[in-house]
Write a protein that binds this ligand. Structure first.
Ligand code: SF4
Length: 421
């Protein structure tokens, strides 16, 4: 199959064997992969204790059960060794691993003329931008893409722009190019680029495209972007403060981003569910102390995270790269993001910024600090992006309604400015 691959130009990545992905993710396997692993003869002599299950049977209709790899009591994949390396990889080579492990942290999304590559910032090496330029990995990525891309790729439809408007792929790419371009000029502060883009994409959501096609789409985008830029305040202090309703909705959203939900660690017992309910109630009230949602955090007063923490050097560059990789990789809307239209998908993506800054403050406060370090922001981005586009909870009606409410209240911009102080 001849396949056109579009690669992000500003991202590097190589695996640095931190083993994080083998602890954080549930690895779903096909029947063929299960049979292959069964035939590899895993037992105590090669590191898998007799009482350690290898597979976990998931739901599914009769005759179509599906499986994931089991996790050990310490949270790691059954095949993760003491040095953080994969036993399957070490014994049989990289191609013998499940496809899900080989693909991570990449994601492949249709573009109408081929496939574009997204990256998951849950991987610390992606956040740190270390390793080989992705643009130089075309051969390996093409080989992986051939295994995951469906044969009827050319039939993929472009994501909608808004609930009522869908435009052809060439015009959709004009919007994507404008979005990417909106973040390119790093001489402007990231916050201002973000605020301007929130404004013009919101206006785009009201546009009708019946008589607007081709170059006229570029004209419309140019007008919207210019108007948005003129309306953008010059500093965070000039932006309205988040509304009371917006703050409550945001705490619940950011609390969700801060959680550690993996198929290996999620506590589905009655006690575990009660704990989650208690956390949700506390996040709704926003009074007293934040519950330590996962072991990375300490309980700290809610109020503490609302004080100015500053924005450390390097944050603007990190978020510029994050947004551009997500935009170029079409990872924020359509089939890659719960099938939401582009405008709503961008609102969700924009909310990652204040959510990460809030989680970063929580990390800093957990260590007794009242200013943000760049490491807090980088770690917070890795925590938050674990869920973005992957947690089923984020595609539910309730979560999407929360994003729409924040957008309608103009609180996406307000929260972005509030947590940039
Ligand atoms: S099979 Fe190997 S690469 Fe995949 S999650 Fe387990 S240890 Fe990690």
């Amino acid at each position: 199959m001849s396949l056109k691959l579009e690669l992000p130009t500003l991202q590097n990545w190589s695996c640095h064997n931190c083993g994080g992905c083998c602890k954080q993710h549930g690895i779903f396997i096909t029947e063929a992969e299960k049979e292959r692993i069964e035939s590899q003869g895993w037992n105590e002599s090669n590191g898998v204790p007799r009482d350690q299950p290898i597979f976990v049977k998931m739901g599914g209709v009769v005759g179509k059960a599906w499986h994931r790899l089991a996790h050990k009591p310490d949270g790691g994949c059954v095949f993760l060794d003491e040095k953080g390396l994969c036993r399957i990889h070490a014994k049989f080579g990289e191609p013998a691993k499940p496809l899900a492990c080989r693909i991570y942290p990449y994601a492949f999304h249709p573009t109408g003329k081929g496939v574009t590559i997204g990256l998951r910032f849950s991987c610390p090496s992606v956040v740190a931008n270390v390793g080989q330029p992705v643009s130089k990995q075309r051969g390996e990525l093409l080989e992986l893409a051939r295994q995951v891309v469906p044969a009827n790729l050319e039939k993929a439809k472009p994501p909608a722009i808004s609930p009522k408007e869908t435009i052809p792929w060439p015009d959709f790419h004009r919007v994507i190019a404008a979005l990417d371009d909106s973040f390119e000029d790093e001489s402007e502060p990231f916050l201002q680029r973000l605020l301007a883009t929130i404004t013009w994409t919101t206006l785009l959501g009201d546009a009708t495209f019946a008589k607007i096609q081709g170059e006229r789409v570029d004209e419309l985008l140019g007008i919207l972007r210019e108007a948005a830029w003129e309306a953008t305040p010059e500093s965070a202090d000039e932006v309205q403060e988040p509304s009371a309703v917006g703050r409550t909705q945001f705490r619940l959203l950011a609390g969700h981003y801060a959680r550690k939900d993996t198929y290996g660690s999620k506590d589905n017992t009655l006690l575990g569910r009660l704990r989650l309910l208690r956390s949700a109630l506390k996040l709704t009230a926003g009074k007293g102390r934040l519950p330590a949602i996962q072991s990375t955090f300490r309980e700290v007063p809610f109020e503490e995270l609302e004080q100015p923490f500053g924005v450390p050097e390097g944050t603007d560059a990190l978020f510029t790269r994050y947004f551009r990789v997500k935009i170029q990789g079409l990872s924020f809307c359509g089939p890659a993001y719960y099938h939401v239209p582009l405008v709503e998908g961008f609102q969700s993506l924009a909310l990652v910024y204040p959510a990460v800054m809030w989680i970063g403050r929580w990390l800093a406060a957990s260590h007794g600090r009242s200013t943000l370090a760049f490491e807090d922001v980088a770690d917070a981005l890795s925590i938050a992006d674990h869920h973005h586009g992957y947690s089923p909870a984020f595609g539910t009606w309730g979560f999407r309604k929360r994003v729409r409410t924040l957008a309608e209240l103009n609180d996406v911009a307000a929260l972005s400015a509030w947590y940039s102080r």
